[in-house]
Design a protein around this ligand. Structure first.
Ligand code: COA
Length: 418
């Protein structure tokens, strides 16, 4: 982001401190939401029982077809049972939460079954646009079942919808249109609205939460909403301990987004993974390594988790939170422009730390190749076009990748497992 800021004639501190982004994931043109989504689900395959799996739901706003569901391509790449329902859900960055709630309700109605939920997106605003700093790409996969290994989703959510024009993408183009400041205001207002209703309906307040994760179009966004919530809280005010804890946990939840950028509908869940992985690294390293390392590096584990450099950027207290424990409640705020917002909670279950893939996540992040700004622009502009032209993807940057979009011929996509 520093290189990008310099290339655009902008003070790097605007990107790194003001907006809160240090790096950005740029997908090669053989990667799209299908390949990213399938790759994200790979580690879950050993836990998927083809006799119990009943649905594959993909939340995305970067669909590869206006009609056919990306879930079908992913279903084939993963070689899943044919006896499932495959669908795609769209509502900007909220889609995956809608999918997760459908999955939860399905499991309640059909105990013993499994649902695979995948959130996959490529955030594209365009070279040289104000939103360019918030681009990113990635996917999150979640297996929902009666006996969760990480979190139990509670039946407490509050959801609000309102038709507003803050961010959208017409079907004929690959880049989004946004009213940045208006969108930021809507996000904060929606958070305050659903939080107030949620806390009234569930007779709770900020003190009842160990952490709150936010949808993160950029890492400063959730912080603005959290602070607004602290100020507007009409019920019991958060204690100073609660404020400090929620702010420290917030910093943990933004570590991955700071290095990846916006992954739209997966970004709330990337924040959740970041929170849990930070706790994992902090509590698996020896006591000397768990001290809050204020170095700028966000590189190798486990320092990445203990590093509070992003807290330093926001002048928050450099507090290392205590270990997360089973039974603790985590709040989740989902926001999709357009707009739908939902606040719900999930509770950590015993043994949750054993079910994480923290080392794989850090390895994947650290194995990326740094691009120059010119290389990034060429890669950005080489994406499969929204047109009937034939397309052959690049042979570069394929190592470590399991699935590729190889070509589009006569308007049909051809994916490969490699
Ligand atoms: N050093 C430190 N901070 C700086 C700075 C510098 N040199 N220059 C600017 N900043 C700060 C600003 O004060 C501002 O902070 P604030 O928001 O706390 O007030 C922040 O950097 C952004 O500056 P701003 O002038 O508002 O940036 P912008 O008008 O170029 O907007 C985006 C950039 C990315 C915020 C905007 O385009 C956007 O929101 N886009 C995406 C919209 C979106 O994602 N919508 C979906 C929501 S879910």
């Amino acid at each position: 982001m520093e290189d990008l800021a310099i290339a655009r004639g902008i003070d790097p501190n605007k990107f790194i401190i003001g907006i809160g982004q240090s790096q950005q994931a740029v997908p090669p043109n053989h990667q799209d939401i299908v390949t990213l989504g399938a790759q994200a689900a790979l580690p879950l395959l050993p836990s998927i029982d083809n006799n119990r799996l009943k649905m594959v739901i993909v939340g995305t706003e970067s669909g590869v077809d206006a009609s056919k569901s990306s879930a079908l391509y992913i279903h084939k790449l993963l070689n899943l049972s044919p006896w499932v329902r495959c669908v795609e859900v769209k509502e900007a960055c909220y889609g995956a939460t809608a999918a997760l709630m459908m999955a939860r309700d399905y499991i309640l109605a059909h105990p013993g079954t499994q649902v695979l939920v995948i959130a996959a997106d490529i955030a594209r605003y365009g070279v040289g646009t104000p939103g360019e700093v918030t681009q990113g790409a990635g996917a999150v996969a979640m297996l929902v079942s009666e006996n969760p290994r990480v979190l139990q989703i509670n039946d407490d959510s509050v959801v609000k919808s309102a038709e507003i024009q803050d961010f959208w993408r017409p079907v004929y183009q690959s880049t989004a249109l946004a009213r940045g400041k208006f969108s930021t205001e809507q996000y904060i207002n929606m958070f305050c609205d659903v939080w107030q209703r949620y806390s009234a309906e569930n007779a709770c307040n900020f003190n009842d939460f160990e952490a709150i994760c936010f949808h993160l179009p950029y890492t400063k966004m959730g912080l603005k909403a959290l602070r607004a919530g602290f100020e507007e809280n009409s019920g019991m005010s958060p204690t100073s301990d609660t404020r400090e804890r929620l702010l420290a946990r917030y910093q943990d939840s933004t570590k991955y987004s700071r290095r990846i950028g916006n992954i739209y509908t997966g970004s709330l869940y990337l924040g959740l993974i970041s929170l849990l992985d930070c706790d994992y690294f902090r509590n698996s390293c020896d006591s000397s390594a768990t001290a809050c390392d204020s170095s700028e590096s966000v590189g190798d584990s486990p320092a990445v988790a203990c590093d509070l450099s992003s807290a330093a950027h926001t002048n928050e207290p450099p507090t290392c939170p205590s270990p997360l424990l089973p039974g603790q409640k985590i709040g989740l705020f989902s926001y999709g422009s357009g707009a739908v917002a939902e606040f719900f909670s999930a509770t950590l279950v015993p043994g949750w730390r054993d079910a994480l893939f923290s080392n794989q996540h850090i390895k994947a992040l650290n194995n990326r190749t740094q691009l120059s700004v010119l290389q990034y622009e060429a890669m950005f502009n080489s994406a499969a076009p929204y047109s009937p032209q034939d397309f052959a993807s690049s042979q570069n940057h394929r190592s470590g990748v399991r699935f590729v979009l190889d070509s589009i011929t006569s308007q049909e996509r051809r994916y490969l497992s490699i």
